[in-house]
Design a protein around this ligand. Structure first.
Ligand SMILES: [Zn+2]
Length: 385
């Protein structure tokens, strides 16, 4: 059993057994330990009988922790109470938010009906203070310089691309804070987000909702009449939002957004597939930063002293993660032709690499050479070369 799991079970076994307090105590324990150990997601999976399998995602990897075997329905109900969900409905998916205490972390809970009962997943928004500004993220110097100059412009679209859970929102927030800090004159900054994950003083942040009057696309159309200088649109999910984002940049706004894609080239080719005209991409797009997170080798590995007692990594050999990034600027030879032909992602990747873009794969190889991470970890995250 991994050391974290046994630590949890010990704590669980020493909880007072009074039935009416039990679920409250278990939930408190789960939330407290999850925060202490920088867990990003807690999964509670119902099994036949009164059983709830719990696993934790840490540094992107899901690990089993324990099976809860007492009053499991009450445990899920307790979570639903905290998130103001309907406790008497267990036949529909529900979503809600648990507000963190003073210095606590905000959490989002979603429930989903399964054959054996309600499955619950708690997402913890870890917004570590050390990732406040762009220069805190650990980006390579050339990428940092490129990004800074894009954010200093008064127009253009800056896209942060990456798969889910690769820190895109952290980069967006760090960008906004950097803009506010570095602007020679005050800039009017607005956001449309789903969900709002962190509050930034001095910015008008708005939560959008699907299937309502306030979607990304409608919100953005209205925001344009609010005289903004900088707009952050949480995510481009569809053609309409993509279109509105690029229109905004062409009328003189700086727009920051994120996009679900494995690489900068893939993001570019998908934007083109979404029907954004080649000339709009060429004149509207400032750049695409694609990022991935790799687990970083624990210092016990470098000192060749790995053991399950290591207080840093609990024997996993990894301690925290490092960001891996590539920055594509749409100014390389052959781009217009490739856009006109709706070329596949690998063509854009080749063209960008030919003009000197350092790819995610190259950055990963360098990290392996420097002993910061392992080949297996690169394989896990980027797949085969
Ligand atoms: Zn270690």
């Amino acid at each position: 059993m991994n050391p974290l799991a046994s630590q949890f079970e010990n704590a669980l076994n020493s909880l007072p057994g009074e039935p009416d307090r039990y679920a409250i105590e278990v939930v408190n324990l789960i939330l407290r330990m999850a925060q202490e150990h920088a867990v990003s997601d807690v999964h509670l999976l119902p099994q036949p009988g009164d059983k709830l399998d719990m696993s934790w995602r840490i540094d992107g990897v899901l690990a089993p922790v324990c099976s809860l075997t007492k009053l499991t329905k009450n445990i899920v109900s307790r979570l639903k109470v905290l998130a103001h969900l309907l406790t008497y409905r267990s036949d529909v998916p529900q979503e809600g938010r648990i507000q963190g205490a003073d210095d606590g972390i905000d959490m989002r809970i979603s429930t989903f009906p399964t054959l054996h009962g309600e499955k619950a997943v708690i997402r913890l928004f870890v917004a570590p203070k050390e990732f406040h500004y762009l220069e805190d993220l650990g980006l390579a110097n050339d990428i940092l310089t490129g990004l800074h100059s894009m954010l200093n412009k008064t127009s253009g679209v800056v896209v942060i691309a990456g798969p889910a859970g690769t820190g895109k929102t952290t980069t967006l927030y760090a960008s906004l804070r950097t803009i506010l800090r570095d602007a020679p004159q005050p800039r009017s900054v607005c956001t449309l987000e789903d969900p709002v994950e962190a509050l930034i003083p001095g910015i008008a942040q708005t939560q959008v909702k699907r299937d309502t009057e306030l979607t990304y696309q409608r919100g953005l159309a209205s925001l344009m009449r609010q005289d903004p200088d900088v707009i952050m649109v949480g995510e481009i999910r569809d053609h309409e939002t993509a279109q509105t984002v690029f229109q905004a940049s062409l009328t003189g706004q700086l727009v920051l957004t994120s996009f679900h894609a494995g690489s900068a080239a893939e993001a570019l080719s998908r934007l083109s597939d979404m029907g954004i005209e080649p000339y709009v991409i060429r004149s509207g797009l400032s750049g695409i930063l694609a990022q991935q997170l790799l687990r970083r080798c624990c210092s016990c590995v470098t000192d060749s002293g790995t053991s399950s007692d290591c207080p840093q990594c609990h024997g996993t050999q990894f301690d925290g993660r490092m960001v891996l990034a590539e920055l594509l600027t749409p100014d390389f030879p052959g781009l217009t032709e490739a856009l006109l032909q709706r070329a596949p992602a690998q063509d854009f990747a080749q063209l960008a690499a030919n003009s000197g873009m350092r790819t995610l794969r190259q950055a990963a190889n360098t990290a392996v050479e420097q002993g910061l991470t392992t080949e297996l970890e690169v394989f896990r995250v980027l797949g085969p070369a």
